[in-house]
Ligand binder design. Sequence first.
Ligand code: GTP
Ligand code: MG
Length: 469
Amino acid sequence: RDGRGRALVGRSFCDSRGGAVGLSMSKKDRRYKLAKRGQNEDELLLTVAEQFRRREGQASISWYPGHIAKAEKALQNVLSRVDVVVEVRDARIPASTTHPMVDAWLKNRNCKRIVALNKVDMTPRSAVSMWEAYLGNTLKIPSVLVNGKTGGKGIDLLKREILKAGKEINDRRKARGMMPRNVRVAAIGFPNVGKSGILNRLAGQAKVKSANKAGVTKHMQWVRVEGFDLLDSPGIIPAKLVSQEVAVHLAICDDIGEASYDKTLVAAALVDEMRKVHASMRSFCDMNGFVKRYGLGVGEWSGEEYIFRLAQHKFFGLEDIAGERILDDWRKGRLGATTLEPPPTIPYHTGYYRALGLRPNCTSADVKDAYRATARRMHPDMGGDVDQWQKVLTAYKVINTPEIRQRYDAHGLVWDLKNGNYRVLKEGEKIPGMREVLDGPGAGPRYLTGSNAVRGDAKVRKGKIQLLL
Ligand SMILES: Nc1nc2c(ncn2[C@@H]2O[C@H](COP(=O)(O)OP(=O)(O)OP(=O)(O)O)[C@@H](O)[C@H]2O)c(=O)[nH]1
Ligand SMILES: [Mg+2]
């Protein structure tokens, strides 16, 4: 506040006289506030865009608590004594919660690695199944889909895998005349992904502290229960290699400390990200969630503009409250199931055959017949949907061209980093790995473009959010 008590920061939380306004503001007060500002909606939108731009300029996510560097070192030492590593990832952002050093840490170690895709209750089934297939078929890493909150099938499966590993170890020990021992299991992963929750589920009781905040577990902690020695570890994030997109995704999912970012900007980024994913992978997120929850759809608006409109529609013109509410609702799954990141490949994809009603072992004559039959049903001239027909055309092109079909059969589809959609691998092209997905040309801050979009400018600006480590 300045010397006369007027608010200088956080203006949108204050009325024109500097007094705090709450959600109890009546409609009349709201009209009064708008009139007092003396602006119509379009002018207001530009003012808000200006505010966003200023905040973007100042925003940089910086979160790397001291205990993480220490934990990383301690973890590397302890991993040599562990039999099973459960690498917990957030199923809403499985790429961003992949620690790039885990491969190196586990190399030449005699321990079993299982990826637990956690929080599957908040993600669409098809998206996590694609990740499961990618991990299992392309990377050859077994994975389980887990709900660390309520337990269930995933936890049982995880338990079975762990016990199997334990039995193998004890059989080997027995053969060497040694006494059997408990299987040692470590849960590792990014902060707040649900490591402690999963350990508690495995233990069958709340043995370690688990709460909805990044950085709850600060020290290694062994827990001994019947049949297992469980190690709970603090969340780790890499000290290098984190792209800006990763930082924002972690902020969206509440996987880094809340004080390190501007919630309204992150909420705007979330809306933009959802729109981006929805455009290419419809099943990955449900844009109707916004209409159902707030009575206002996102449509073609950028994240910033949507927050502005939503604030006008429901939150008395208070963009910060609208942003906070969007983030909060999304994190609790009230805006529908979402996965923000597609896997780099879909191996053994047979969707193009299915689009033409074919089987993967069909002949080229079958393909032509099926195409003609599909055209009679689905061509736009026969009343078919244009988008659906486009898919049929793509499928036909792929299956009817022997070289492309061969690549499709061998590798399935790969995620095109540049255009944000799946396609068949090109001649001589390499399959993208997780690194390319995280740091590649398609990654990066494409979302903080709202203020440009508000002004009808299609130029994509460089985002300003950085993870300073
Ligand atoms: N909806 C949902 N929430 C989950 C799930 N698993 C864990 N959570 C919640 O996620 C939050 C974080 O869980 P923790 O187990 O503390 O996470 P952590 O990885 O140990 O976190 P740090 O110790 O801070 O690194 C808690 O509020 C859990 O209730 C899940 O499968 N679904
Ligand atoms: Mg924990």
